[in-house]
Structures are given as structure tokens and as C-alpha cells.
Design a protein around this ligand. Sequence first.
Ligand code: ADP
Length: 512
Amino acid sequence: MRDHEKPAIEMQQVSKAYGATVALENVTFSIQPGEVQALLGENGAGKSTLVKILTGVVRPDTGALFLNGNRYTPANVLEARAAGVSTAFQELSLVPNLTVAENFFLPRMLKDASRLTSLKIMTQRAAEILARFGLETVNPARIVSDLPLADRQRIEIARAMERKPKVLILDEPTAALADVEWLFRLVRDLQAKDTAILYISHRLAEIRALAQRATILRSGSSVATVGLSEASDSDIFEMMVGHGVGERKPTRISDSANKPKPVLTVNDLQGSNVDSVSLVLGEGEIVGVAGLDGQGQREMFRILAGHTKPSGGQIILGDRPMRFTNPRSALRSPGGIAFVPEERKTEGIFPSLTSTNNITISMLRKLARFGLVTRRREATFARKPAEAVELNLRYMSFKIGNLSGGNQQKAIIARALLTGAKILLLFDPTRGVDVGTKQTIYNAIRKHAEGGGSVLVYSSELPELIELCDRCLVMYGSEISAELTRDEMDERKMVAIMTGNIAAEARSAETL
Ligand code: ADP
């Protein structure tokens, strides 16, 4: 970091309110060229608003921004980018129905000699860019929405970095990535080239590995900017929440000696990227699924949820073999299977509807009387699941698109709870949400299991699986390569299995 120079970017006394909600209040901080600075804060602390202001999406009410010492007043993302401020957004900003190549060149498509937009030229150039970022396996001609989330995230990041920015903003860049080293290398490269980097993450270990300083936001105010080598984890938590936090212990109760009654049995399931998957989910059980990106977990969840058809194998609910034709048939099956997918922006929420509407949406028909649902009746039904996930009832009549990511996620889980399904399939349910919201979601999951429900949960975060699950399956190369009991779950061991290093032993022996 070059600390004697002018800051690459600076915010002075910036405030922003949305109606009565003060999102940012007198926020001041700066990043030096060649510095990686973390931005930390609980959900609702104001991080997204700060990013939106730096990128020209939102204008501050008061205060000023400076870029290399000059006033900086971006009117939109394109202006920010032209000034040298590039962003990889948390809710990826790629246009889903365009190709990877088109996304790289938006909004200015490349033309050929006759000044026609040339897909061929763009595809070639995009392939070169992808190769520079070690993403040769991504086909630039593919439509973005057909790619797995992890690839989309990598493309979002490559696209932001490719423009050689002076300031780079990475908002939860690893949320969908199991392999962070790829990103770390790129970040360090840019740092060496004097880019100033703002790094937003809920993962403290990542922040410590990359950043030199951290600015902490709490309730819209910048509490402090600290040197990370001087601040302990508990110092940081304390600044984030405003009081000390005790060590949290896992509180799962299930008695693993008594085998629970199977509610979902999967035998030899086959499908795209799913090979001979067998598993049993018992009543009251929370079973985890671990795996690096692309090991088949996504496809497995989608088959079990009725989104895609398997090419072979059996799905048995209780003792009845089932064949799901669509998600609705999975939901209506005996006991019911409700699915919370990975990507809330495109598959989960309806941003212009209220939280209440979003929670009740899959149950409207059931809630209706004489074909109609009154607002009051809808609100009454939404209340209990909202309370189960501690979604503040104040937010129930807000458009969900205006709520923070953590609150949106709570609403999606409330929706799954309202269906009354016994089996919940949760795909990375706390991706990108803060520490406090995570605990709330864990509590709701535990309660569901304590009430006799069953949960199959994939997470990209191993500590989450370790804290939450009674057992954990590891997927590797389209198969389930290991099953670990609660006592066997250990981060290092799991990583070794996930990377294929000790798959053989894991399958054959109890030695794990
Ligand atoms: P974070 O990203 O740290 O979770 P945000 O910047 O999203 O925090 O939110 C800060 C506060 O501003 C929250 O109370 C949030 O509900 C509120 N807020 C954010 N965007 C809007 C909006 N468009 N309309 C109303 N309130 C908003």
C-alpha cells in the first residue's frame, strides 16, 4: 500500500436516507492505491448503499466523493467505470439472456469492418479475456443463464477486473466460489499494479488473508478503520454489533445412536452430473451436503425438487416410490418437499411484490376462499413463518426488492416453511447474509427438524455444515464420495475429501 500518496478513493461525511430510514450517516473513509481494504458490517449496516454511491447507482444526500483527490460525482455505473471505478456486484449484474461474450462488451458491442455488430469478433476477444483470467473452460458463446452460478460469479469478477480499474469494488465475491485462491491471486496482482480494492465479505478469514485495513459500518455510521494486524476477531465483532459476542456453541440435539425413520430414500439416482447417488434422510434429521463447485450437488437438489427429471434411479418418500414431473408435484407429494434454490434474484424473489406476497405466493390457492384471498388473510398466514425466521414484521408490507439480502433470504425460507412441507431442500441458504441472520436461519432450520421435519442442506461454507448438521455427505465428481457423522466432521478432513484426496479411504473405512 502506498500511504504517502493521495487516496485513490475517498468518501467524506456521506449521508443517505431512504425516506425515514437512514442508510448512511456521515461516513468517511479512504483507500490508498495498492491497498485492499475490507468493508464490514452486519446486514442493514449500509454496505450496499455505500457501494451504490461509489458506483453512481445512488446519489448521496450530503457529503462528497474524491477520486485521486478530484471531486467524483458519477451519475451511473458507466460513468463510474469510465472514471476507473469498476465493480463486481454481489447480485451479479450480468444480463442472463445474452452470451458471455456479449456481457463482456456491453453496452458497446464490437463491430466488424462493415460496422455491423460482430458476434464472431466479440467471441474471439472474450475467449482471450477468459484465458487471461484462467477461465478457458468457459465457452464465451454460451448464454449466461445456462452457466452454473460459480461461473457467472467468476465472469462478473473477470469483467470488473478486465478494465484495469483504479478502484475495484468486490461485493461478496466468493459467495458462490468454493476455490478462493483463483480470486486471491487476481486481487494480489491488481494490488501490485496499485489498484485500490474495496473488499466486502462476511468471511473474516478471507479478509485477514487479503486486506490490510478494514472499515467497519454499524447502523449506517463508519465506526472505525482499523489495521487488521492490530484488531482481534472479537474486537471486530464488537465493533460490528456494538457489544461483545459470546462464543457460540453448536446446539444440535439429535440422538445419532437411534436411527431415525427414513422419510426420503434415494437409490442409485442418475442424471446429468449425478451418478449413482444414494442417500437416506430421516425424520427430524438435518443432513448436510458438502462439495466444491460443480460436483453435482446442484443437479441432485434440482432432481429431488422436481425441477429436472432423473435418467434413472428411485426416489422414495416414506415407502412410496415417487416420480416428480415438476416442483409442484414434489411439493404436493406425501409430506411434501419444498426447495429453496441458490439464486434468490432470479429464482427466488419477486422484487416488486411485498414480503407478505413473496411468502404466500406458492400457497395462494390454498389460502383462497371462493377463489379469493384478502390481504388480511394473506397477512395472517404469512405472520407465523415470518416470525419463525425473525423477519421484522415491519417489513411485511415493503416491496421485498428494497430489503437487504438477509431479509430477502429470511422471506424465502419463510415461504418454504409456509408450504407445510416436511422435507426442506436448502441450497446454500445463507449465501451472502451476515452473521446474525445466519444464526436466525439456523434456528429456524433446527426448529423445523425438532418439529419432526427433515432438512437436506448444501452449503459452500464448511463451518456452517459443521454447526448445523447431524451428518454430512460429500459430493465429488457427481457421486457421493463420503458420509461423515457429526463427530467426524472436521474442516480439514472435509476439504481433503472434497478435493478428492482421500475419497478412497473415506468410502472404505471408518478411519475418518
Ligand atoms: P447492507 O448492505 O449492509 O445490508 P443496505 O445498504 O442494504 O445494508 O441497507 C441499509 C439500510 O437502508 C437498511 O435499513 C435498509 O433496509 C435500508 N435501505 C436500503 N435500500 C433501501 C431502499 N431502496 N429503500 C428503503 N430502504 C432501503
